[in-house]
Design a protein around this ligand. Structure first.
Ligand code: SF4
Ligand code: ZN
Length: 738
């Protein structure tokens, strides 16, 4: 362990704590001790304080205590006489640094101020944490990279983040080197930076790096179900991060204002010491002292002098990650990091669908001899025959054959087309079936992207993801409007048939449900039981998806679960399902009701689309989705609710659900079903209106939809009851829920 790094880190920690103390004193002088200290939309207070101190900071006054604790953690700056052979004091100083940085960053939010400015996004709230968390859960994100500083040139900056995006590794950016930040370099190169593109610029100051740490801390609390109370839990959370969140720090560029004999500033060392606590190693392209022996991190703690072009592979090695980069036969980079990327109108070469032209996608099962594997045909003009700025019709017909393929899997595989195409850099894709909208950027066109490459992507991805059920794939890409018209009609008929088949399927029709244990990597005791009428709570896995996934990978996260003897028809309990859940939840849940939120309800991992919660005053339930940031009639916002019910625990009265379940005939049918719904956010109500209204028509209750209150009608129980009484909501006269 190098003395210089200990000296620098401890010195940096002292300075950071001083800065935080000054900033806090100033804030208290201006606003008083009772002014709120909080980040927006989080149930985790100031996550770093909650993690390391078990402290629930709410007011500026509470921060005084946080900083006193930070002071206690500060090591003595080593002198020539004092030699620190171990990491202990340095690591503690790192914790003190993170507490100080959290203080400084949180103070920027005082009085509801929003420090997000220009390209800088600042704090990540819980709704994004949950949305992105599912990607960590299902492996779409192998970990994350926190980049501090800047690259020598803009081009190298772009190359570096493209390399990370291709490996599906999100990039968190904070701090600068000599006044220059990598995010600024990317902005100059017109690179889209936001959560959808996996590029997250937190802030130009090094203190903003704490947002990567508090994101990691909350990921452990949300998905690992670890409730922070003190040092013991802090250790668990840090271990959780070391073992499951494969993150690393890339410290780029030297600081000319660094102390003599040093290449980077004390504050950067101190911050590095902070994140090493999480097991995140630091890799640098400059000559900082290395800490090679292992201990806290999987392998080395700090690795220096790495060539920028090798830095990603070195980081992956040091972090102990195994990632394979997919090399598709296309001329643009490819990876989940490009999935959410948009192509702006001014950057667009050509577009397809939306309100401009017809566009559709259809995947059909064929006989083996009807499919020549790997054939791609473009029927109509290729991109070279198209005019810049114009819109063209598009029909993508994918024909597959496989000995284990079934017609039921068509829609499962077809739905993946969106994700496959969007992962190409410079190609924007939205929607599915006959509501497709796609754009090809000028940049992708310049690199040689052609219509036939859409086919290449689909062929390669279908083979790699569905190798167990698909043996042959051929793709026809139509751009000829006359040919598309009749095909579209045919496709519409097929979509209708499929919908009828699936929506007609009930839980009673099948002998087996499916399990999903994908989230166990984060919530070790959570099991989703997925039935035809109740999809997984993340909204991403229907019964058919699970069935297909089991066919594809029999040892994967989805298994058939036989129902066995029916124990209670109303609650939805079966002997063999209970037996299965008892084993898979590690004895945590002995009974499971498919249709009740009060009696033995399903557990929640953390990635639910919505929370259903009982509103006792209204004798009904409210449903809130994660996009709704306002208050709900149960007196808690989504983020608070989610914090309380997540982590694989069972909370009678509250369940996490997928949006599609809202319109299911089995929606909390044990408690009276759809008519118990008393409140939903307006946007959610609108989003599910088609399906809910169809359900209401089926039960002859067409007038019910308007009786569901929204935030415009009520945000408190009193207002809600008043509204419900006025509209004569049926829940008021139903059997008491409690
Ligand atoms: Fe997680 Fe359940 Fe979704 Fe599976 S179905 S990914 S266990 S939330
Ligand atoms: Zn989950």
């Amino acid at each position: 362990m190098s003395k210089i790094i200990a000296t620098a880190a401890i010195r940096g920690a002292h300075r950071m704590v001083e800065r935080a103390e000054e900033a806090l004193a100033k804030a208290i002088e201006e606003k008083g001790k009772d002014a709120k200290a909080e980040y927006p939309n989080t149930a985790y207070y100031l996550p770093i304080m909650l993690l390391f101190l078990g402290q629930k900071v709410e007011k500026l006054g509470d921060l005084e205590e946080s900083l006193q604790e930070a002071r206690k953690l500060l090591g003595k700056v080593p002198t020539d006489e004092v030699w620190l052979p171990y990491l202990g004091e340095t690591l503690d100083s790192g914790v003190a640094t993170l507490i100080a940085e959290e203080t400084i960053e949180a103070l920027k939010f005082v009085d509801g101020a929003n420090p997000a400015e220009g390209i800088w996004l600042s704090f990540t709230d819980d709704s994004i944490l949950r949305m992105q968390g599912i990607k960590l859960v299902d492996g779409r994100m192998p970990g994350f990279a926190a980049v501090v500083g800047c690259a020598p040139t803009n081009q190298e900056a772009v190359q570096l983040v493209r390399g990370l995006q291709e490996r599906n590794i999100p990039v968190f950016m904070a701090g600068h080197a000599n006044g220059r930040a990598i995010a600024e370099q990317l902005a100059e190169e017109r690179i889209d930076m936001n959560w959808d593109t996996f590029l997250v610029p937190y802030g130009k100051e090094i203190t903003a790096a704490v947002h990567a740490a508090n994101f990691a801390a909350r990921a452990a609390m949300t998905f690992g179900g670890i409730e922070p109370k003190g040092l013991k839990e802090a250790r668990e959370i840090l271990l959780y991060n070391k073992e499951r969140v494969y993150a690393f720090v890339l410290a780029l560029g030297a600081d000319s204002d660094a102390p003599e004999d040093q290449v980077i500033t004390d504050e950067k060392y101190a911050t590095a010491a902070g994140v090493i606590n999480f097991g995140f190693p630091v890799i640098s392209d400059v000559n900082i002292p290395e800490i090679l022996p292992t201990g806290i991190c999987q392998y080395e703690h700090v690795v220096a002098n790495v060539n920028l072009s090798d830095i990603i592979s070195r980081a992956i090695e040091v972090r102990g990650l195994t990632i394979k980069v997919e090399k598709l036969p296309i001329p643009v980079p490819y990876g989940a990091g490009f999935e959410g990327e948009r192509v702006r109108k001014e950057d667009m070469y050509v577009q397809f669908g939306s309100k401009y032209t017809d566009a559709f996608e259809l995947l059909k099962m064929k006989q083996m001899d009807e499919v020549t594997d790997g054939t791609i045909e473009v029927i109509g003009p290729e991109i070279d025959d198209m005019t810049e700025g114009e819109a063209y019709p598009l029909g993508i017909v994918v024909e597959v054959a496989g000995r284990n393929f079934q017609e039921d899997f068509e829609s499962v595989a077809e739905r993946r087309i969106h994700e496959y195409i969007s992962c190409a850099n410079g190609i924007f894709h939205m929607g599915q079936r006959a509501i497709v909208w796609a754009r090809i950027s000028k940049n992708a066109h310049e690199k040689g992207f052609k219509m036939k490459h859409l086919g290449e992507i689909i062929v390669a991805k279908m083979h790699s993801n569905f190798s167990a059920i698909i043996d042959r794939v051929q793709v026809k890409v139509y751009t000829d409007g006359d040919k598309i018209k009749p095909l579209l009609e045919e496709a519409r008929g097929i979509y209708r048939e499929r919908d009828d088949r699936i929506s007609g399927m009930t839980d009673d029709d099948v002998d087996e449900f499916y399990s999903c244990t994908l989230c166990q990597s984060y919530a070790p005791n959570h099991v989703c039981i997925v039935t035809p009428q109740r999809l997984g709570l993340c909204g991403a896995y229907t019964w058919l998806d699970c069935k297909a996934s089991h066919r594809i990978d029999p040892h994967g996260p989805n298994e058939p679960v036989a129902k066995g003897k029916c124990l209670d028809h109303t609650l939805g309990q079966w002997q063999k399902v209970n037996d299965y859940v008892a084993v898979k939840s590690n004895g945590n849940l002995m009974k499971f009701s498919a249709y009740s939120m009060l009696v033995d309800p399903m557990t929640s991992c953390g990635c639910f689309e919505c929370v259903v919660g009982i509103v006792p005053e209204a004798n009904g339930v409210m449903i809130v989705d994660r996009d709704h940031q306002g208050m709900t009639p149960v007196g808690m916002k989504f983020s608070t609710l989610a914090g309380q019910i997540g982590g694989g625990i069972q909370t009678p009265g509250f369940i996490g659900i997928g949006k599609l379940y809202i319109s299911s005939p089995k929606f909390i049918s044990a408690e009276g079903g759809t008519e118990r719904i008393v409140w939903m956010p307006k946007a959610l109500k609108e989003e599910v209106s088609d399906r809910v209204n169809a359900r209401l028509r089926d039960i002859g209750k067409e007038d019910f939809y308007d009786k569901i209150a929204t935030e415009d009608d009520a945000e408190s129980p009193d207002q809600l009851v008043e509204f419900l009484t006025k509209v004569e909501h049926p829940a008021l006269n139903m059997d008491p829920m409690m």
